[in-house]
Design a protein around this ligand. Structure first.
Ligand code: NAD
Length: 435
């Protein structure tokens, strides 16, 4: 099947390479000529485990290519994926500029029956809006819009795309559902549930999914903050809660808030959509506001501990919004580092992959270190922000010898407090009863 993909970012590239791997003939189209050039050379413009190999092998087999020529991409395809970004507007609503731009382009150039698949995360009502736009721009267009949200996680994206818990398809005709069955034939035959529904329900599933996960994280963070107040240990609380099969163990790791390009923006877009449709989703508004507060929760505690030892230098470990990605969008580090600097501290940072991405936002005035060891020299405190594997197996005896003071703030609760305290460290976690 001939498939075109608009947008070769995280979702578009994983979708394109994976569908090519399933045997489809795929063209990835992007407006960014630099990105397309890099992809044509078999390189990947960001870090995602396993993706480079998948792209290269499908390029070599002639099933995957990249272009900026959208007209060519549209004419040849049976199915066209829209995988462009949907960032937040200043009021929190989804900015659909790129999605509508692609829709207009397709309305203009399409000459046959084609399915336009919205894989980007878009608010309920968008497929209907895209359909109206197509009819307005080209009344004889045969393009049919489908909603097919994506649930992959960065850092595990290739596996997730190929092993989804479900495939959600929102469409208004049997013909469109059939095209989608053909697109996902290679996956569906491995017994992945295919949920076929109407546009708005499919669009809503994605937002409900992400808002629930964001809520679950914020819930355990709230419990962690209470644990700190009452000297309880959230790790044990969460472990016990997770044993209840109605709750489950996932997304119960307390920390300094969620980040990324999806949870924060999707929660905001959902309450904003609700508001536009006459419902005030105050619960979700609070989930978002709470998470923003959680990102800064360590700042006064860090200042107190560092000032108590007359210190002036801290080390931040991890800048990406989560491990195994170079993406720093919405990362707690981007809020934390400037706040520490503003408070007069010297900040040294180290991330195994995301340093260059972070530098674009944090700028200079921060010391970027090339190793864990370099990052702790003459530092008063370590602040663990992103739980990369590299930070899990650190030799703290060696680290302690290089530091001015031995203080550690474990923003992801990955260390054993007793072990670190025995090693002479002052340990603070999130909800470990240390405040
Ligand atoms: N990143 C994730 O983990 C994830 C997971 C599920 C869903 N989503 C959703 O998928 C969508 C895409 O996210 P992403 O992280 O891949 O974004 P991204 O910013 O990495 O990629 C978007 C790409 O679209 C390109 N683009 C913009 N306008 C274009 C146009 N007119 N024609 C062709 N290309 C164009 C950009 O140059 C960019 O390469 C968003 O709606 C996001 O919410 C993301």
């Amino acid at each position: 099947m001939k498939i075109s993909i608009f947008g070769t970012g995280y979702v578009g590239l994983v979708t394109g390479a994976s569908l090519a791997n399933l045997g489809h003939e795929v063209v990835g189209i992007d407006i960014d000529p630099q990105k397309v050039k890099v992809l044509q050379q078999g390189e990947i413009p960001f870090y995602e485990p396993g993706l480079k190999e998948l792209v290269q092998s499908n390029q070599h087999q002639g099933r995957l290519r990249f272009t900026t020529d959208f007209q060519q991409g549209i004419l040849s395809a049976e199915a066209i994926f829209n995988c462009v970004g949907t960032p937040s507007n200043v009021d929190g609503s989804a900015d659909l500029r790129f999605v509508l731009e692609v829709t207009s382009t397709i309305a203009k150039y399409s000459t046959s029956y084609q399915v336009l698949i919205n894989k980007s995360t878009v608010p309920p009502g968008t497929a209907r809006r895209c359909t109206a736009l197509i009819r307005q721009l080209n009344p004889s267009s045969q393009v049919e819009v489908v909603s097919n949200p994506e649930f992959l996680k960065q850092g595990n994206a290739v596996y997730d795309f190929n092993h989804p818990d479900k495939i959600v398809v929102g469409a208004q005709s049997e013909k469109a559902f059939q095209v989608m069955q053909k697109v996902y034939h290679g996956l569906v035959k491995t017994y992945i549930p295919l949920i076929e529904t109407i546009w708005e329900t499919a669009e809503m599933i994605k937002y409900a999914n992400n808002s629930f996960l964001a809520t679950k994280i914020s819930f355990i963070n709230e419990i962690a903050n209470i644990c700190d107040a009452v000297h309880a240990d959230v790790k044990i609380v969460a472990k016990a809660m997770g044993m209840d099969q109605r709750i489950g163990p996932k997304f119960l790791n307390a920390g300094i808030g969620y980040g990324g390009s999806c949870f924060p923006k999707d929660v905001c877009a959902l309450y904003s959509t609700a508001h536009q449709n006459g419902y005030q989703a105050s619960f979700l508004e609070e989930v978002d506001a709470f998470n923003e507060r959680q990102k800064s929760i360590l700042v006064p505690r860090i200042l107190k501990a560092v000032r108590a030892v007359n210190g002036d230098t801290v080390t931040v470990w991890g800048l990406s919004f989560k491990p195994k990605t170079s993406d720093v969008r919405g990362a707690p580090s981007l809020l934390l580092v400037p706040q520490l600097k503003e408070a007069g501290l010297s900040v040294k940072v180290y991330d195994p992959v995301a340093q260059e991405e972070a530098r674009k936002i944090l700028g200079e005035g921060v010391t970027y270190c090339s190793s864990i060891t370099e990052s702790v020299i003459n530092s008063d405190a370590i602040i663990l922000v992103t739980e990369w594997d590299e930070f899990r197996n650190v030799d703290f005896t060696e680290m302690g010898l290089k530091m001015k003071n031995r203080i550690i703030f474990d923003g992801r609760n990955i260390y054993e407090p007793d072990q670190l305290r025995q090693g002479g460290f002052e340990y603070y976690g999130i909800g470990r009863g240390s405040f």
